[in-house]
Design a protein. Structure first.
Length: 438
């Protein structure tokens, strides 16, 4: 009887239960996903004149785009990557799907893909990772005139701002490339650029690294230490944009543009800062060139930088000639002088026999005082010893030519900039020189 009563009670309880459809939120997860996807899609389509896009990369700087999305999941774009991408609009496809969040995906190859192309031949990125950029972007948030996205893998910002009819017209005409060329030409001709900011006594050098799309402000503080602030930039239809801004002494710079032949930086409060030029470099090279400094390497690529006369030119050419006389013929690929650490410096040369590139390294101990570099105790690896006949002039130049004074080198060619040199203290007309690199 007790068992019967138990089963009857259990049956009544089961019959009395209702399916509980209560949610912690007002919508189901599926509904929230759909709403988020629809929000991103509607935002992209609502811009009547398209969007101005700013994308940063992990390996280099920033890149600028104009994009116009339509309901057929096509997007028209131009970009500031090179002359072709700035002048030839490209039509590709996109889609929006849920990948832990509403995600914008560019699913056919376009200018965005060039930045993450694993082949160096495509846009000069590293093999396997390109410029460490993305083609899938997570929807972060939006405002009435902007959409903020973030790359899924490298977490770089991708910011879209609604374009006006005038901006669209400039992007899709020659005006976009004209703006890029005008700014690049300005910073090719204008050297030793600087601004003044209240509260900082010294001139603040403004450096536009055009190959890496990075802008830099640098100055010496009251203790003589070098202060540097970097920002990634991209071109727009007019001027350049610092996507994330960069701040110095409380001033955050967000834009820059040419105005009547003068380049002007703009702070986020609209204050103008005119770029001026100094007769000589703003910061002495000796404050920047160190194993742990802004630069630690002087680099000669496939040939000596143009427009420079030095006693080292004959030394370099002698090595080139001797490699060319070998059988099979060899080429001198490049030469590097590097402050490897606080006590050792290296001279690294590479030569190629047509199929294989060989590195040869000479290592020196050094002292570095008040901008004067003294090299001692040279040692040479096996590859250097094997090519001693071809490298002997370069070897002797460093082994017996010092000490060397560190300073900038000026070229007569306005396109050749940021060159540093090691001047023989005993002969100022003879100096090893190359591009300053980190």
């Amino acid at each position: 009887m007790k068992k019967l009563t138990y089963f009857l009670c259990a049956a009544l309880l089961l019959c009395g239960c209702k399916k509980d459809t209560t949610h912690f939120f007002d919508e189901t997860p599926e509904e929230r996903m759909s709403a988020r996807i629809n929000e991103l899609n509607s935002r992209l389509l609502e811009a009547e004149h398209g969007w101005k896009g700013a994308l940063t990369t992990s390996a280099k700087g920033g890149y600028g785009f104009y994009m116009d999305f339509n309901a057929s999941q096509n997007v028209i774009m131009v970009a500031d990557l090179n002359n072709a991408t700035a002048t030839q609009s490209q039509n590709s496809t996109f889609r929006i799907k849920w990948v832990m969040n509403a995600t914008l995906i560019f699913d056919t190859y376009n200018y965005i893909n060039m930045l993450q192309d694993p082949s160096p031949a495509s846009y000069g990125g590293a093999a396997g990772s390109g410029l460490q950029s993305d083609v899938e972007f997570e929807f972060v948030r939006s405002t009435p005139d902007s959409v903020f996205l973030k790359g899924f893998k490298y977490r770089n910002d991708f910011i879209l701002v609604k374009a006006t009819a005038e901006e669209k017209q400039r992007y899709l005409s020659s005006a976009f490339k004209d703006n890029i060329d005008g700014i690049n030409d300005y910073f090719t001709v204008s050297q030793n650029n600087y601004i003044n900011v209240a509260g900082i006594n010294n001139k603040i050098e403004f450096v536009l690294d055009k190959s890496n799309k990075i802008a830099q402000l640098q100055f010496t503080d009251n203790d003589g230490k070098v202060v540097q602030i970097k920002g990634k930039y991209n071109f727009e239809d007019i001027g350049i944009n610092f996507a994330s801004g960069f701040t110095i002494n409380g001033v955050t710079f967000v834009k820059g543009k040419l105005e009547n032949g003068i380049f002007v930086l703009y702070a986020n409060d609209g204050t103008r800062y005119e770029i001026k030029q100094n007769d000589i470099p703003i910061l002495p090279m000796k404050t920047l060139f160190a194993y742990n400094g802004t630069y630690r390497e002087l680099y000669i690529g496939s040939g000596l930088p143009a427009g420079i006369t030095s006693g080292f030119n004959a030394v370099y050419q002698s090595s080139v000639t001797k490699f060319a006389a070998m059988s099979p013929k060899r080429t001198l690929v490049d030469v590097r002088f590097i402050l490897a650490n606080s006590t050792s410096a290296t001279v690294t040369t590479r030569n190629n026999n047509g199929t294989t590139t060989f590195s040869a390294v000479a290592t020196f101990k050094y002292t570095y005082e008040d901008g004067v570099l003294t090299l001692t105790n040279p040692t040479y690896d096996n590859n250097w010893t094997a090519r001693a006949a071809q490298l002997i002039d370069i070897q002797n130049y460093f082994a017996t030519g010092g000490p060397f004074r560190v300073d900038y080198v000026q070229s007569t060619n306005p396109n050749v900039t940021n060159i540093g040199g090691l001047y023989r203290v005993a002969d100022n007309s003879s100096f090893f020189y190359g591009s300053l690199r980190k």
